[in-house]
Design a protein around this ligand. Structure first.
Ligand code: ARG
Length: 287
């Protein structure tokens, strides 16, 4: 009798969908204060290098069929480049941010003015402290939300009411992963990648139940900001240092696209931090 061939799961076919992104050029980027463990004002920032890396990210996203709109940065707001924090936009409904730290407070109204000049169905400013897509990620049937460093659970309740979508609260417990988007990335409506030790035991349990097939990242990939990536359903734009994660994604049928944002890392941000998505609500025909 011949031995049975080992069972192999067929590699899923992944499909990219064109996305609408918003970015803010790092014209005023620097590190003049420290509000997360990655920031060290004593370490010099090479702004031309930051600009070059940012331009490459924008070009790569466009080359992959996505549109990128830009918000002008403002002097004195060095973290404005991290546009993911500007708010949450789903199906034409937008909630603009209210920042936790006074250093970033003026970014809220600056981004809000940009939202207000667009044709949106609804626009409001968050009442609770809310750092937009830094702590909230739209995951198809639900929104996943981080708490612990920047957003409180009260902000999660506000987002649930505003968008009428269930919000799953997840508690972050490692200060290096101070925003949800540093520890968890949505790959498509049913799949995520995340670094379990960044979450409390109860949140780990919740994620394991909701996403039994999730890609679990190793510490090295998480520290390389591999989870601070963007997926269009097929291509996953991620840090070149996250090699283990890239291999795991390839094995699942995704196409990793490395983009180096090491200069922006001095501010504690990566690819995803630099990009806000204007989401289409996929459970309705509303765009
Ligand atoms: N220096 C910024 C801060 O600490 C970085 C924000 C990064 N953004 C993000 N979506 N994780 O607020």
């Amino acid at each position: 009798m011949t031995a049975a061939a080992p069972l192999r799961r067929p590699v899923a076919v992944r499909v990219a969908t064109p996305r609408r992104y918003v970015m803010c050029r790092p014209d005023h980027f620097t590190v003049s204060y420290a509000i997360n463990p990655w920031m060290d004002p004593a370490e010099p920032v090479d702004r031309p290098r930051a600009l070059a890396q940012w331009e490459i990210l924008r070009a790569v996203l466009e080359e992959h069929g996505h549109s990128v709109e830009t918000v002008p940065g403002e002097p004195g707001l060095p973290d404005m480049v991290f546009a993911a924090n500007s708010g949450i936009v789903i199906g034409g409904h937008a909630l603009s941010a209210r920042f936790a730290h006074p250093e970033r407070a003026a970014e809220g109204p600056a981004f809000h003015r940009w939202f207000a000049a667009r044709e949106l169905r609804e626009l409001a400013v968050a009442t609770e402290t809310n750092e937009g897509e830094g702590d909230f990620t739209f995951a198809g049937p639900r929104i996943l939300a981080g708490s612990g460093y920047r957003c409180a659970v009260a902000a999660h309740a506000e987002v649930q009411r505003f968008f009428g979508l269930p919000v799953v609260s997840l508690e972050l417990v490692d200060p290096r992963f101070y925003h949800l988007d540093t520890a968890l990335m949505v790959l498509d409506d049913t799949t995520i990648a995340y670094y379990p030790p960044a979450f409390s035991p109860a949140s780990r349990q919740a994620l394991a139940t909701l996403y039994p097939d999730a890609v679990r990242a190793e510490e090295g990939d998480a520290l390389a900001f591999g989870l601070n990536g963007i997926s269009d359903g097929q291509h996953v734009f991620l840090d070149p240092g996250a090699t283990g994660l890239a291999a795991a994604l390839r094995a699942r049928g995704y196409l990793p696209v490395p983009v180096d944002m090491s200069e922006l890392r001095k501010g504690g941000g990566g690819i995803k931090c630099c990009v806000l998505e204007l989401h289409t609500r996929r459970d309705t025909t509303v765009s």
